[in-house]
Each structure stands twice: as structure tokens, then as C-alpha cells.
Design a protein around this ligand. Sequence first.
Ligand SMILES: *Cc1c(COP(=O)(O)O)cnc(C)c1O
Length: 365
Amino acid sequence: MKQTVNRAYNFNAGPSALPLEVLQKAQQELVDFRGSGMSVMELSHRSATYEEVHNEAIARLRELLAISEDYEVLFLQGGGSLQFSMVPMNFLQPEQKAAYVMTGSWSEKALAEAKQFGQPYEAVSSKESNYRYIPKLDEVRFDPSDAYVHLTSNNTIYGTQWKEFPNTGNVPLIADMSSDILSKRIDVNQFGLIYAGAQKNLGPSGVTVVIIRKDLLEKANKNIPTMLKYSTYAKNNSLYNTPPTFAIYLLGEVLGWVKEIGGIDEIARRNEEKAKLIYDAIDTSNGFYYGHAEAGSRSLMNITFRVKDEELEKQFLAEAKKEGFVGLNGHRSVGGCRASTYNAVPYEACKALSQFMVEFQAKNS
Ligand SMILES: *Cc1c(COP(=O)(O)O)cnc(C)c1O
């Protein structure tokens, strides 16, 4: 018997929507996981049953992103935010420089943390435009002696996204991919390190994925706490201490779902289609709605826009809320509206939003 499930049109920026199929599967196997008589939460992290879950998640991510044996896939805690500190703690010396590409608030936070460990500098910044665009590749300054180049691949708050990445040669490129990892095909080999909190595109909050090139593990600083060394996680298959087992289990299930629907190219196709619905509503509105990001820098994950006057914008957000759309208020630093259309946000939700936008305009112009 098919039951209708009450599911919101969830456009939250993070934590955000998870695939219904994954939630239902988790619900089904919650109290008795694979015949263990326990939920995943109750398993020992040293048990064979848990280890299978753990290794499956790693293997699925390796497959989906075509991650080579030159890289380790690690599960950490502390969110994207702890990575702002761990990266410089591991790879920056007090007298050493690192280039930070400034494309939004998360880049600013990453730079601020790095200042505690070394001499980071701004490689280029689009702040003067209120972060409306992604710099051109040849504008990214760096020096061959820099410890690394750091960038934010998708700017969750401003709604901009890199379409291609600078070639930094022998200087490792480090990317915060918290809000667009697994949304499209990337070449992992372009990066020294990729990090992402799971709660936007990969699963629930509580686990952070790090993909790190093995040679960097050997070069990392040694005089730092055990739990803040990437090598601790790499040497122990991310089982040095108790990992966030349930979050890793759900992450693995989300990865299984991506595989099942057709993999990374199918996810990318869906994401383009979904974002287009909403960008089209903006672009055909004759200025009733207007985007924050420049057209060439638009994110397929976070669509930031304004309604032409402030009263109308308040009314738009209030009516949208009444119609069951969740999470459309822009971040307080940009204002306006933001629709986050991550992997698990269904086409139907985006279609409903674009229709609502068109109807609201018709009624109010
Ligand atoms: C959400 C987000 C973060 C912060 O993640 P936490 O897991 O809350 O620490 C960092 N970077 C980007 C790009 C984000 O979108």
C-alpha cells in the first residue's frame, strides 16, 4: 500500500534535504540493522558489521568521484569549520605563505584561522562587489613557494560557484567543497586536498569528508595534537577513535542512492535542470526578480535573488512560507532570498517554486 508522506519543499542551506528513499530505508532498518538486533548507532565501531558500513561508504565515494589510489578518503568531525584550522595547522609554518582566494564569508573564515599559524595572503578577492562573481582563473595570484592555494568551490551564502579551477602546478590546491561536493563531475587529481561537511550534499551533519593526496600526509607538520593530524585518520582508516557512526552510515546510503539513480553525471544533469527552472523564473521576470550573482558565476546549488522592492520581498517570503516552501530567506549578510537546490532536493520542489514565483509576479505587478 502506498502511503503519502508529508514532505516539505525544503530549500534549507544546510542541514538540508535528504533523499526520501534513504530516510525510508534507514527507518526500515533502524532497530535491527542487517540482522544484528541493533541499530547502527548501537554497534561497536570495532565490529565487523560497522566496519562494512564504513568501508562501503569510502568505496562508494571513491567510485562516484573516481578517486585514485594516490588519495586517502577520511571521515572527521568538527565540520567544514574545523578544516579552516586543520589545513593551516598541518600545512603552514609560521614564516610560510599561503594564497587564499576570497569569494565569500567562508573564505574569510578560512583566512582568519590561517592567520594564527602562518602568513596567508589574499590571492584575489571579489569582496568589493559584495562577492557577486568568481575571479578569472588568471587573476588568482600565487607564488611557487606558497604552502598551498585555498579556495571555496561554491559560495553558499552569495550563490556563486567555480566552473573550472586554476592550475596551481606544484603548489597544492585545497578546496572547501562543503556545498557542492558530488553535485557534478570534478577531477580530484587537480587538488591536494578537498574537504566538505556532509550536511549539504552528502548526508547529515556530524561527519566531514576529507580527500587528501597521500604525499601531503608525509609533508604535514608533526608538532600538533593527534586528533588534528590528517595522518592519524589516514593511518587508522578513520577509526583511531569513535567515528560518527550513524552519520557515516547515512552518508553511505546517500552515496548508494546517487549510484542507483545513475551516478555523478545524472546528478549533475538533474542539478542543472533544477537550477534552470528557478533561474528562468528570475531571468524572464523583467526585473521583478533579480539575481545576486553575476550570470557567469551563478551557483547551481544556492540560488540567491531579490524581489524588486523590499515590501514586496517580505510579502514574497511570507506567502512562500504559507505555501509550504521552507528555507527561502537569504543569509543575513546578503538579505533577500536563497533557494538551495542540493542533490536531494527533488525536481518537483524546484518546479513548484518556479511556478510560485511566476504566479506571485503575475499577482503583484
Ligand atoms: C556550511 C559551510 C561551511 C561550514 O560548515 P560547518 O560544517 O557548519 O562547519 C564551510 N564552508 C562552506 C562552503 C559551507 O557551505
